[in-house]
Design a protein. Structure first.
Length: 275
């Protein structure tokens, strides 16, 4: 049984991005001075500072990134895929070991080949890739921030603010994230969230979860967590209970080119209706 451990990890002083294509391995993150006086007076500056600590400029200077994702949820293997995505998240793909793929070409989501059955395809292609890219998308167009505060949890200091979205953003504009930064490192420590995909806001808010980012490393100057843990969350209890899921991310690589072409043997995946 896994008990909650705030693995609010180690540490960051992220150097400027170096164009060294040979250095495609992850290295441990080093310590930093933290958020600093005056930098967290507004929710917007909280988001900007998080992006700076993760080195968004270095991340978005790259064309694409790929990695292997092994995800377990509620005691079962949920995904074992290779993920490829443009660093601005405008195109995405997941390649499964059985030869099937989910592709978002910037306009629509497709499953290939056409005989593939994957009812969670649209949810998967957007949700898990968002969790990977989240530290670099906090000030994207359509994001809204409010409620900045500092909070001590189990004797550990965090800064937090709530991220929501404008009505025309994505499949699930009603989703929100309560994001927490470690005040020692100013890295994204964890984010509570709701999933409104295919359900009402009321149902989603009845069961919030949280993703905890652990084991931060540096890839070409960019801070990326290569392990995730999932927990139940509430405003009163914060993270509580045993872990309900985990993920490992391996074989990270930045790329100059990536293929998001939709094969002829593909079918479109429509957006869900609210239940």
């Amino acid at each position: 049984m896994k008990k909650i451990i705030f693995i609010m990890v180690l540490l960051v002083a992220i150097s400027a991005c170096k164009e060294n294509k040979k250095d495609q391995h992850l290295t441990p993150v080093e310590a930093d001075g933290g958020i600093g006086d005056g930098a967290t007076s507004l929710s917007d500056s909280f988001a900007q500072r998080l992006e700076e600590s993760h080195n968004k400029d270095a991340y978005t200077s790259k064309k694409a990134i790929s990695y292997d994702l092994l995800l377990n949820f509620n005691g079962k293997q949920r995904l074992d895929v290779k993920v490829t995505m443009l660093t601005n998240s405008s195109k995405l793909r997941m390649d499964f070991k059985d030869g099937s793929s989910i592709i978002y070409d910037g306009n629509e989501v497709y499953l290939t080949p056409t005989n593939t059955e994957n009812p969670s395809a649209r949810f998967d292609i957007f949700t898990w890739t968002y969790f990977t890219a989240m530290p670099f998308k906090l000030t994207d167009s359509g994001t809204q921030w409010n409620g900045f505060e500092e909070k001590t949890i189990n004797s550990k200091a965090f800064a937090r603010a709530k991220l929501s979205f404008k009505n025309d953003v994505g499949d699930t504009a009603d989703d929100w994230y309560m994001t927490y930064a470690d005040t020692d490192t100013n890295l994204l420590s964890y984010a509570a969230y709701i999933v409104t995909y295919g359900k009402t806001l009321e149902k989603a808010e009845a069961a919030p979860h949280a993703i905890v980012y652990t084991n931060y490393k540096v890839l070409d100057g960019v801070a990326i967590a290569d392990s995730w843990e999932f927990y139940n969350w509430s405003e009163e209890k914060e993270l509580y209970g045993d872990s309900i899921g985990d993920a490992s991310l391996t074989n990270f690589m930045f790329m100059d080119e990536a293929d998001f072409k939709v094969p002829s043997d593909s079918k479109k995946v429509e957006a869900p209706k609210q239940n």
